[in-house]
Every structure is written in structure tokens, then in C-alpha cells.
Ligand binder design. Structure first.
Ligand code: ATP
Length: 513
């Protein structure tokens, strides 16, 4: 099996070679952590958006959509806490001159300790065979307990320092834990500083009168400030949700790992407004619903896990991540947060406007609590792309590069391929294609030998290829080739649309939810 770094490199180069993702402004040597989606990337991205939107809005009676502006009144970010608290602690290594997020350094260290404990348990399981009790071993073996208690101590101390805003303490935790720079191997660290992640800009034609604005660092606030507009005009009753897909911007300290951490990215967020006291019920509900949504795509279940937070954001009373096993390890893909009434209350205070709903039972107005689901579209894209890319050995020898995307998400749903560029085959192929393009994203391809064309479509994940040959002229049938099994069968050309719909329609995915 390929090493994880090699697998990740293969994903990045495949994304470029096949028109999924390009570095932004590449001809000017690129702009760091900003990416463009190419001809296939934009289709896959749009399909992911559509899967999310249809499952969250179209299929839910009590969730509606919104598209709020990127620019917002600057007071929004004061009220949300972003001006004062949307900081990451950064630290530099004096030898390598590399900059790190202190929390990431600590989390990686803790994860390594946990992995060491897991390795000990796995070794013991091999040694003791069937009678082995892993839980018992974890709580009694001194070495395993040592690793786990060290991991817990480091994390507890770190969280305590962050909560007390003790940045010297954070540095001390890093030094005491013996955390070294992954590049230089040295432990010569600078002091820890807080760094605000919001991008500032100005609005206005003259410098003196210009207003300082921020590019939004999350889409959620656009939902909160429109909460009453939507509730009243949509006659929405608690519990209900507002969903939005849109760009967000963060001046990330360490932007790397391709589209995992970008400075401009896209979020798909849903804020669900509930009665205070019912939030944990809804929080657990949405945790399960969102995990199921990811699993329905059919990628390996082992790649997903929950991570419940020890350290909560300033607004949350419960928080979990759905983590995905990217080629560089398990990392956050989606966040599910119980945000209490923090945001709405704070906007009430800063705006002087009431953001309340009427409770017909108690006859009182109250500020609802909020449960949020927030998934990064680009991270979702990376999860699907990295898991789908495989090198598959062929029976006849050699390999094929296959992008095993879920059929409903593939950039192109089906390709029409005339076997030869003559004898009326291209004309028939184009005629079949013409009808289907109204409903599906089709590709027409007549260049190169048929085997080569199949490979090209395997590499971009096209689920079905229809080949038009001489028999098609005689009896109106074509060959349908399935991407994953490579099996071929003859079908009437009048059934092409039906096959595409059955196998590649978004409905098949949505019905699994
Ligand atoms: P991280 O801890 O990785 O910085 P976060 O906890 O700050 O992420 P949230 O504020 O919860 O992230 O944002 C919700 C989702 O938005 C994340 O789960 C992630 O998928 C996505 N996201 C956040 N920051 C970025 C980024 N810089 N690039 C791409 N996606 C991002």
C-alpha cells in the first residue's frame, strides 16, 4: 500500500491533472492557501452542494434556505465575539523559523501519546489471543496508563492555560511536554501570541469616510441577524432551521494540507432554533443525522469518527466534530455545536432589537437556543476525492487509475462514445447525446481508441459509458459499461436516460437518508 504522504501527493497531482483543482493565480506563482476549482472540480463541488441542500432544505419541512451577503455591519463581529476572541495562539520555532498553531502542536502530541497506548494494547491483544480484555488492559497496564494519563495531563493543562488566557503557561506546557519542532527537531520556541483570523477591508470611496469591514469568517452570523426576518415572513414555528451555503474567509496562521485549510473557503451551515432545555436532545439528533449523511455516500465507515470537545468555543455548551481519516490522519470535517442563546442574545444587546419568539404555552417571549451543523465544503470535497482515488490492478495485467466517486456526485454522469469516427456512428452518438443533455451532465468523446477513452473516464469518475457501434445502427442498441465493475451489456438506446437516472440520480443517495 502507498505511504500516506505518497497517497496525498497522488491526490493533489490527480486533482490538477484532471481539472479538479488549480492553485489560485498559478501563472504568478500562486497565492498561498487559495485554490480554484477546474472544469471537473466545479461539477463535483456543485453536486456536493446539491446533495447537502436537498437533504437539509428540500427534504426537511421545517428548514428553509438563506443567502446572506459576505459583507456585514462591523458590529456583527463585535457581538459575535469574533473581534475579541477569534484568535489562534501562534508560536514560532527559532531554529526552523516555522510558525505553528500552539493548539495544533499540543493536539498532535496528545494524539501521538494515545496512538502509543493503542499500539501497546494491539501488541498485547496479539500476545494473549482470544481471552484478551482490551478495556481491562487499558485500565491496569502501567505503560498504557502512563501514556494515557500523560496525554490527559498535557491536554488539561493546556486547556486551563487557554481558558485563563495565560499564554506564558501555554508555552510552558509545550516545553514541559517536550514538544519539538517537526522540521528542526528543536525546542527553542518563541513566546505564544494571539492572532486574529479575520480579514479586514474598507468600504467607501474616500479614505477618511471609509468604514472598516471584515470579510465574514463564518456564514452563521448572516443567519442569526436574519433570524426574525425568516421566522416572521416564513411563519416558522420552533423548532426550525435556516440553512446557508457560502464563502468564508480566515487568515489562517498555518495554511497547508491543500484544500483542507484555506484562507478562502466555503461552508454549508444550518442553524436549528429550539426551545431552551431541549437543546441536548436536538444536538444528539443532529450528530446522528449528519453522520448518517456522510455515511450514505458509501465511503468506508471506518473513515469517520466523532470527537467530543474538551475545550468549548466561547459560545457552546456542547460540541463535537465529525472527523474524517484524510491521507494525513483523522481531522475535523464537520462541527456540530450547541450554541445556546449566545449569538441571538448578544445581537439583541448590541443592536437594541428583540430577537425573540412567542411561546403559546407560557404566553411569554423567549430567545431560542441554537444547534448548529457546519461542514466545510472544500474539506468535504477533499474527503470524497482522497477516498475515491485508487490504483486498481487489472485482470489482464497493469493498473487503471479509478476515481470511485459516489455515482450521484460524479462530475459527468455518462459519456457517449462512438466506436469509430466514421460510418454514421458519430452522428447517431450526437443524436442520442442531444436528448440527454437537457437532464444530465453528458460528455461526448470520439478521440483515441475506445480503451483509452474508458480510462480517461475512469480517472474522472464517470459512472457510465455508452458506446455506439455498427450494431447500434442496425438494432438501436448500445453498449453500457459500468465504471466500477467494467461489465458491459447491450441496452436499447431509448433506455439510456432511465439507466442514468436509476444509477446516477441524486434521488438514490437521498433515499438512503
Ligand atoms: P479548525 O479547528 O480545523 O480550524 P474550526 O473548528 O475553526 O476548524 P469551524 O469554525 O467549526 O472550524 O468551521 C466549520 C467547518 O468549516 C469546519 O468543520 C471545516 O470543515 C470548515 N473550515 C474551517 N476552517 C476552514 C479552512 N481554513 N479551510 C477550509 N475549511 C475550513
Amino acid at each position: 500500500m502507498a505511504q500516506p504522504e505518497d497517497a496525498f501527493k497522488a491526490v493533489i497531482s490527480h486533482a490538477k491533472e484532471y481539472g479538479f483543482i488549480f492553485q489560485s493565480s498559478e501563472i504568478y506563482d500562486g497565492l498561498s492557501a487559495v485554490y480554484d476549482y477546474g472544469q471537473n472540480g466545479v461539477m463535483l463541488k456543485n453536486n456536493l452542494k446539491s446533495y447537502w441542500w436537498r437533504s437539509m432544505v428540500q427534504l426537511q419541512e421545517n428548514i428553509v434556505g438563506l443567502d446572506s451577503a459576505i459583507f456585514m455591519h462591523p458590529s456583527v463581529w463585535k457581538a459575535s465575539g469574533h473581534v475579541d476572541a477569534f484568535n489562534d495562539p501562534l508560536i514560532d520555532n527559532k531554529d526552523s523559523k516555522k510558525r505553528y498553531r500552539a493548539d495544533v502542536l499540543v493536539e498532535d502530541h496528545v494524539e501521538k501519546l494515545k496512538q502509543k497506548a493503542d499500539k501497546e494494547v494491539a501488541k498485547a491483544a496479539k500476545r494473549f489471543g482470544e481471552s484478551f480484555d482490551a478495556e481491562m488492559y487499558r485500565s491496569t497496564n502501567p505503560r498504557v496508563m502512563g501514556y494515557l494519563s500523560k496525554a490527559k495531563d498535557v491536554m488539561d493543562q493546556f486547556v486551563a492555560c487557554l481558558e485563563a488566557e495565560d499564554l506564558e503557561g501555554v508555552k510552558q506546557v509545550i516545553i514541559d511536554a517536550g514538544i519539538k519542532c517537526p522540521v528542526s527537531g528543536s525546542d527553542k520556541w518563541t513566546d505564544v501570541r494571539q492572532f486574529n483570523l479575520m480579514f479586514g477591508t474598507k468600504m467607501g470611496s474616500v479614505a477618511e469616510g471609509a468604514v472598516d469591514l471584515y470579510l465574514r469568517p463564518e456564514t452563521a452570523q448572516g443567519i442569526f441577524v436574519n433570524f426574525l426576518n425568516v421566522q416572521k415572513t416564513g411563519r416558522m414555528k420552533i423548532p426550525f432551521g435556516i440553512a446557508q451555503i457560502g464563502k468564508a474567509f480566515r487568515n489562517e496562521i498555518v495554511a497547508r494540507q491543500f484544500i483542507f485549510r484555506m484562507r478562502e473557503f466555503e461552508q454549508m451551515e444550518m442553524q436549528f432554533f429550539v426551545k431552551p432545555g431541549t437543546e441536548m436532545e436536538w444536538y444528539n439528533h443532529w450528530k446522528q443525522v449528519r453522520l448518517q449523511w456522510h455515511l450514505a455516500m458509501g465511503l468506508s465507515e471506518d473513515n469517520y469518527r466523532f470527537h467530543d470537545h474538551d475545550k468549548m468555543a466561547h459560545y457552546a455548551n456542547a460540541a463535537a466534530d465529525i472527523e474524517f481519516q484524510f491521507p494525513f490522519g483523522f481531522k475535523e470535517l464537520e462541527g456540530i455545536h450547541s450554541r445556546t442563546d449566545f449569538d441571538l442574545k448578544s445581537h439583541e444587546e448590541h443592536s437594541g432589537k428583540k430577537l425573540r419568539v412567542f411561546d403559546p404555552e407560557t404566553k411569554e417571549n423567549y430567545v431560542p437556543y441554537v444547534v448548529e451543523t457546519s461542514v466545510g465544503l472544500d474539506r468535504l470535497f477533499l474527503s470524497v476525492l482522497s477516498e475515491s482515488l485508487v490504483e486498481e490492478p487489472l485482470e489482464k495485467g497493469g493498473n487503471r487509475t479509478l476515481l470511485k466517486l459516489p455515482y450521484a456526485l460524479a462530475p459527468t454522469q455518462a459519456a457517449i462514445l462512438p466506436l469509430l469516427k466514421k460510418d454514421g456512428l458519430p452522428e447517431l452518438a450526437r443524436q442520442l447525446m442531444k436528448d440527454l443533455t437537457f437532464d444530465y451532465q453528458m460528455a461526448y468523446d470520439e478521440k483515441d481508441a475506445i480503451g483509452k477513452r474508458y480510462r480517461r473516464h475512469d480517472a474522472i469518475g464517470t459512472p457510465l459509458c455508452f458506446t455506439v457501434d455498427h450494431q447500434s445502427l442496425e438494432d438501436g442498441t448500445v453498449t453500457m459499461r459500468d465504471r466500477d465493475s467494467m461489465s458491459q451489456e447491450r441496452i436499447p438506446s431509448s433506455d439510456l436516460g432511465l439507466h442514468i437516472k436509476q444509477q446516477c440520480g441524486m434521488e438514490s443517495l437521498l433515499k438512503k437518508l
